[in-house]
Design a protein. Structure first.
Length: 223
């Protein structure tokens, strides 16, 4: 059973377009929205046929993904795509991620054919530096370690989530891929184009970037 898991925090302006596109691109997939907001996103998602996991207040991206991915497994998912709700990740790429035979498919901005669109130079530099920094610190071969557009096969995901995740921010993305790599999983990067959101406000902040920079070196020595 295919699932798409997407965390939301005040994404009412985007959720209808996202769910409409997903219904067109992957009509055989269920969508689980993990909502921390109170702007009506959850109600809008339910009206459009999505499954919704409501959480009391903003608890962070990492915990939203962990809870959402775990819930999808509980509901019988065999293959799970995780993606942003703000249309930065193109729903047209979801079928390619599902079709990939690897244990983990990474939607990558930094392999041939990938890229970004309408992103400020500062964000581009921060993202590229974050991935390079993580590669060097952890000895990983993957070019895009900070992206959140991924497809997990259920057996691998269960192993990755078997122990608590340390990171509470965007370093969560690095930590998850590192765990999969250490388990010897097959991991493939597929090119995607990341588009800056048109509605709403980005959740990235300086504090999140600092947290990631401090956590990544520690991950090298954790098992």
């Amino acid at each position: 059973m295919k699932y798409v898991v997407t965390p939301t925090y005040n994404e009412k302006d985007n959720i209808r377009r996202l769910l409409t596109r997903l219904a067109e691109e992957v009509p055989d997939a269920r969508v689980l929205v993990v909502d921390d907001g109170d702007d009506g996103t959850a109600e809008e998602a339910e009206e459009l046929g999505a499954e919704v996991l409501r959480r009391p207040g903003k608890q962070g991206l990492a915990s939203a993904y962990v809870q959402g991915l775990s819930e999808a497994l509980e509901r019988g998912a065999t293959s799970i795509v995780q993606m942003d709700a703000d249309l930065s990740h193109d729903p047209a790429d979801v079928p390619r991620l599902f079709a990939c035979s690897a244990d983990l498919a990474l939607g990558s901005r930094y392999v041939p054919g990938g890229g970004t669109r309408n992103w400020p130079l500062q964000r581009q530099l921060l993202s590229r530096f974050g991935s390079l920094y993580s590669r060097l610190c952890l000895g990983l071969p993957y070019r895009d370690l900070t992206g959140g557009f991924k497809r997990w096969q259920a057996p691998l995901l269960r192993r990755v989530l078997a122990h608590p995740i340390e990171s509470g921010g965007y370093a969560f993305q690095v930590e998850m891929t590192l765990r999969a790599h250490r388990f010897g999983a097959s991991i493939e990067e597929l090119p995607i184009v990341f588009t800056e959101r048109q509605e709403g406000v980005s959740k990235m902040s300086r504090d999140i970037a600092i947290e990631a920079a401090l956590l990544v070196p520690r991950l090298r020595f954790r098992r």
